[in-house]
Design a protein around this ligand. Sequence first.
Ligand SMILES: Nc1ncnc2c1ncn2[C@@H]1O[C@H](COP(=O)(O)OP(=O)(O)OP(=O)(O)O)[C@@H](O)[C@H]1O
Ligand SMILES: [Mg+2]
Length: 534
Amino acid sequence: MAKKNVVVGFMGTQLDSGQGAGRWEKWRPTISLVQHEDTQIDRLELLYTTRYEALAHTLVRDIAGASPGTVVNLVRIDVEDPWDFGEMYAALYDWARAYHFDPDHEQYWAHITTGTHVAQICMFLMVESRFIPGVLLQTAPPKKQQAGNPGSYTLIDLDLSRYNVLAQRFSQAHSEALEFLKSGIPTRNQRFNALIEEIERVAVRSHAPILLTGPTGAGKSHLARRMFELKKSRHQVQGDFVEVNCATLRGDGAASTLFGHKKGAFTGAAADRAGLLRTAHQGVLFLDEIGELGLDEQAMLLKAVEEKRFFPMGSDREVSSDFQLIAGTNRDLRLDVAQGRFREDLFARINLWAYTLPSLAQRPEDIEPNMDHLLIRAAAETGQAVRFNAEAKTRYLQFAKSAEALWSGNFRDLSASVTRMATLADGGRISTALVDAEIQRLRWLWQPAGELTAPNVDLGALLPVDAESKLDLFDRMQLESVVRVCRESPTLSEAGRRLFDQSRMQRSVVNDADRLRKYLLKFELTWDEVRQQA
Ligand SMILES: Nc1ncnc2c1ncn2[C@@H]1O[C@H](COP(=O)(O)OP(=O)(O)OP(=O)(O)O)[C@@H](O)[C@H]1O
Ligand SMILES: [Mg+2]
């Protein structure tokens, strides 16, 4: 058995109107539906608002005359303002949720030609989201107006593949946003990409606080600004991006910088000050290193975030500011909470959306695309294109991805490294020699501070068998230091000069080299032997 045709549609207060006989001369979309000879409409769910009760009854009578087989259900929806999206959507949604759809026996056509534009969009959304399990129905007048000519109608099935184009547009906008957040760098690390993907969704949908954690240089500040710019491009913020590093806020000035003050609030408060929270009104406030904020300021901030209101210093009048908070930190705030340095309630508030940016060492596969990006940027800045020799690139990447490369400053280290090579490159070419020198520099940079002053000296390997164990601690420590200086010095004389730099001033005849040679001899060591192990 064929399914019944059921139309759901708004009554057109303009298009369907008319009381006198003349109404049969003009094209009325809802009436036209039942005038097609080859299409039987079994039922019509006619949505109308209270004000148009009379017109609704006229339509019911007219349909009964034109198509006695069509059942018309008048559905009164209570919306004050048919141009109010929220109200209209809610009314239609409520109706659709309560309606008993029976797709096994009936097919549904959602009429989108009538109703306010807002009503039409809501109808579209209902079908697109399958709250109304049907297709869209669009009606059009005949080319030449003529009594009784119903014009034409079109059915649009959003599930058909050609309407995937619509869906693709959305996904294209989505991927453009992702690329924007990643500064156009085609990163490959799955964890990082998944993170950025979620951040994109949250950035465009949420106004709630966001917490960005991660090691220094991982890109927290950079990402916060990008999120703001993304929101701005989607017209979700009208205000500015206001950024402050809380580590720079100390003492009395901290509260005043953030919350503003009234003239005379304290000595030195010569004029009213708005404060950063108010400057960020309708924009984004990025509080970097939020863990450095004092406990009092934390309490004030919590109130400001929750109530969008706060008291400037020295003022008994509350002011309001509506901003989105993005907080950054490279500390584990949970520890700070446990140790009473960070308020638990504020932490709970900003921890709703918390993201940890991975370090560069945790995503070695992204070093190459980041490096390429930095080279292009360097080229734009210096006006000279720079490229690696193939072998040089392989060598650099091999080191960069090895466990030895700590990348403790993350993106900042990589950026500095690429900048150095790009600047030193002759003829725009980064050679293997340049890479080798850069690798040395990075090794030095990432040496643990302890080792900087005390590279290991293995006396056991240097001295004759068992000699080391017979030395006093005093001699052993002294000898270690002397050997270290020898190894850092190019010549025996230079080492002597450094070791005897005070006493040599009092001597008329200086022979530092000789003194050093004699000292080493006490341990049966020569300059060459000491240097050999370097
Ligand atoms: N994805 C990126 N694309 C381009 N530049 C980036 C990217 N991430 C970071 N940078 C650059 O790297 C440097 C360090 O990034 P950023 O200041 O955002 O790090 P951070 O995590 O905020 O560090 P800190 O904890 O020290 O404040 C900046 O110069 C920033 O512009
Ligand atoms: Mg930062």
